[in-house]
Ligand binder design. Structure first.
Ligand code: GDP
Length: 138
Protein backbone atom coordinates (compact mmCIF):
# COMPACT_ATOMS: atom_id res chain seq x y z
CA UNK A 1 0.00 0.00 0.00
CA UNK A 2 1.21 3.47 -0.89
CA UNK A 3 -0.17 7.00 -0.57
CA UNK A 4 -0.01 9.93 -2.95
CA UNK A 5 -1.14 13.55 -2.82
CA UNK A 6 -3.71 14.62 -5.40
CA UNK A 7 -5.00 18.10 -6.19
CA UNK A 8 -8.07 18.77 -8.32
CA UNK A 9 -7.12 22.13 -9.80
CA UNK A 10 -9.33 25.24 -10.16
CA UNK A 11 -10.36 24.33 -13.73
CA UNK A 12 -12.05 21.23 -12.24
CA UNK A 13 -13.96 23.00 -9.45
CA UNK A 14 -14.98 25.85 -11.80
CA UNK A 15 -16.60 23.39 -14.24
CA UNK A 16 -18.22 21.33 -11.46
CA UNK A 17 -16.18 18.24 -12.40
CA UNK A 18 -15.08 17.15 -8.91
CA UNK A 19 -17.36 14.11 -8.96
CA UNK A 20 -16.43 13.18 -12.53
CA UNK A 21 -12.71 13.21 -11.68
CA UNK A 22 -13.30 11.36 -8.41
CA UNK A 23 -15.14 8.66 -10.35
CA UNK A 24 -12.03 8.14 -12.50
CA UNK A 25 -9.91 7.92 -9.36
CA UNK A 26 -12.15 5.42 -7.60
CA UNK A 27 -12.45 3.25 -10.72
CA UNK A 28 -8.64 3.04 -10.82
CA UNK A 29 -8.14 1.04 -7.64
CA UNK A 30 -7.30 4.18 -5.65
CA UNK A 31 -9.14 5.04 -2.42
CA UNK A 32 -9.73 8.68 -1.41
CA UNK A 33 -8.72 8.45 2.25
CA UNK A 34 -8.66 12.23 2.91
CA UNK A 35 -10.22 15.11 1.01
CA UNK A 36 -10.91 18.81 1.50
CA UNK A 37 -11.87 21.77 -0.68
CA UNK A 38 -9.78 24.84 0.06
CA UNK A 39 -8.84 28.22 -1.42
CA UNK A 40 -5.05 28.44 -1.64
CA UNK A 41 -3.36 31.76 -0.93
CA UNK A 42 -0.68 32.88 -3.38
CA UNK A 43 1.93 32.28 -0.65
CA UNK A 44 0.75 28.70 -0.16
CA UNK A 45 0.78 28.02 -3.92
CA UNK A 46 4.31 29.42 -4.22
CA UNK A 47 5.46 27.31 -1.27
CA UNK A 48 3.85 24.14 -2.63
CA UNK A 49 5.42 24.62 -6.08
CA UNK A 50 8.76 25.95 -4.76
CA UNK A 51 10.68 23.23 -6.66
CA UNK A 52 9.52 24.94 -9.87
CA UNK A 53 10.45 28.50 -8.86
CA UNK A 54 13.16 28.80 -11.55
CA UNK A 55 10.84 27.59 -14.32
CA UNK A 56 9.44 30.14 -16.80
CA UNK A 57 5.86 29.10 -15.98
CA UNK A 58 6.18 29.38 -12.17
CA UNK A 59 4.32 32.70 -11.74
CA UNK A 60 1.58 31.79 -14.22
CA UNK A 61 1.13 28.40 -12.53
CA UNK A 62 0.84 29.91 -9.04
CA UNK A 63 -1.56 32.60 -10.29
CA UNK A 64 -3.71 29.90 -11.91
CA UNK A 65 -3.77 27.76 -8.75
CA UNK A 66 -5.42 30.60 -6.79
CA UNK A 67 -8.11 31.45 -9.39
CA UNK A 68 -10.61 29.29 -7.50
CA UNK A 69 -10.93 26.50 -4.96
CA UNK A 70 -8.92 23.30 -5.21
CA UNK A 71 -9.71 19.87 -3.77
CA UNK A 72 -6.72 18.31 -2.05
CA UNK A 73 -6.79 14.56 -1.47
CA UNK A 74 -4.76 11.68 -0.15
CA UNK A 75 -5.10 8.61 -2.37
CA UNK A 76 -4.13 5.12 -1.25
CA UNK A 77 -3.58 1.95 -3.22
CA UNK A 78 -1.05 -0.44 -4.67
CA UNK A 79 1.69 1.54 -6.33
CA UNK A 80 -0.45 4.68 -5.80
CA UNK A 81 2.16 7.22 -6.97
CA UNK A 82 2.79 5.65 -10.38
CA UNK A 83 -0.77 4.38 -10.77
CA UNK A 84 -2.19 7.88 -10.29
CA UNK A 85 0.40 9.39 -12.69
CA UNK A 86 -0.85 6.92 -15.30
CA UNK A 87 -4.49 7.71 -14.59
CA UNK A 88 -3.72 11.47 -14.83
CA UNK A 89 -1.92 11.28 -18.18
CA UNK A 90 0.88 13.44 -19.55
CA UNK A 91 1.36 17.02 -18.30
CA UNK A 92 0.34 18.38 -21.71
CA UNK A 93 -3.17 17.06 -22.45
CA UNK A 94 -2.31 17.04 -26.15
CA UNK A 95 0.18 14.27 -25.37
CA UNK A 96 -1.99 12.40 -22.85
CA UNK A 97 -3.24 8.88 -23.56
CA UNK A 98 -6.88 8.24 -24.39
CA UNK A 99 -9.01 7.70 -21.31
CA UNK A 100 -6.76 9.64 -18.94
CA UNK A 101 -8.08 12.47 -16.76
CA UNK A 102 -5.98 15.09 -18.52
CA UNK A 103 -6.87 13.90 -22.01
CA UNK A 104 -10.57 13.99 -21.20
CA UNK A 105 -10.82 17.04 -18.90
CA UNK A 106 -7.77 19.32 -19.09
CA UNK A 107 -8.09 22.73 -20.73
CA UNK A 108 -4.37 23.36 -21.37
CA UNK A 109 -0.85 22.41 -20.28
CA UNK A 110 -1.31 24.80 -17.34
CA UNK A 111 -5.00 24.19 -16.51
CA UNK A 112 -4.46 20.44 -16.66
CA UNK A 113 -7.02 19.46 -14.01
CA UNK A 114 -4.94 17.40 -11.59
CA UNK A 115 -1.70 17.22 -9.65
CA UNK A 116 -0.17 13.97 -8.44
CA UNK A 117 3.05 13.46 -6.48
CA UNK A 118 5.97 12.24 -8.61
CA UNK A 119 7.62 9.98 -5.99
CA UNK A 120 6.79 8.30 -2.69
CA UNK A 121 9.25 10.62 -0.96
CA UNK A 122 7.58 13.74 -2.37
CA UNK A 123 4.16 12.27 -1.62
CA UNK A 124 4.98 12.16 2.09
CA UNK A 125 6.17 15.78 2.01
CA UNK A 126 3.16 16.97 0.00
CA UNK A 127 0.63 15.06 2.16
CA UNK A 128 2.02 16.67 5.31
CA UNK A 129 1.80 20.09 3.61
CA UNK A 130 -2.02 19.81 3.58
CA UNK A 131 -3.08 17.14 6.09
CA UNK A 132 -2.48 16.09 9.67
CA UNK A 133 -2.50 12.34 10.43
CA UNK A 134 -5.87 12.81 12.19
CA UNK A 135 -7.47 13.91 8.92
CA UNK A 136 -6.34 10.78 7.04
CA UNK A 137 -8.61 7.79 7.50
CA UNK A 138 -7.35 4.78 5.62
P1 GDP B 1 3.24 17.34 -13.62
O1 GDP B 1 4.11 16.58 -12.65
O2 GDP B 1 2.74 16.48 -14.75
O3 GDP B 1 2.12 18.10 -12.95
O4 GDP B 1 4.17 18.41 -14.36
P2 GDP B 1 5.35 19.39 -13.84
O5 GDP B 1 5.76 19.02 -12.44
O6 GDP B 1 6.39 19.44 -14.89
O7 GDP B 1 4.64 20.81 -13.80
C1 GDP B 1 3.81 21.21 -12.74
C2 GDP B 1 2.61 21.93 -13.30
O8 GDP B 1 3.04 23.14 -13.94
C3 GDP B 1 1.85 21.19 -14.41
O9 GDP B 1 0.93 20.23 -13.92
C4 GDP B 1 1.16 22.32 -15.12
O10 GDP B 1 -0.02 22.76 -14.41
C5 GDP B 1 2.21 23.43 -15.05
N1 GDP B 1 3.05 23.47 -16.26
C6 GDP B 1 3.96 22.53 -16.66
N2 GDP B 1 4.56 22.90 -17.82
C7 GDP B 1 4.02 24.12 -18.14
C8 GDP B 1 4.24 25.03 -19.21
O11 GDP B 1 5.06 24.81 -20.10
N3 GDP B 1 3.50 26.17 -19.19
C9 GDP B 1 2.59 26.46 -18.21
N4 GDP B 1 1.90 27.62 -18.26
N5 GDP B 1 2.38 25.63 -17.17
C10 GDP B 1 3.06 24.47 -17.15
Amino acid sequence: MQRTLSILKPDVTRRNLTGAVNERIEKSDLRIIAQKRIQLSLEQAQKFYAVHRERAFFNDLCDFMVTGPVVVQVLEGNNAVDNYRTVMGATNPANAEEGTIRRDFAESIEANSVHGSDSAENAAIEISFFFSEMEIVG
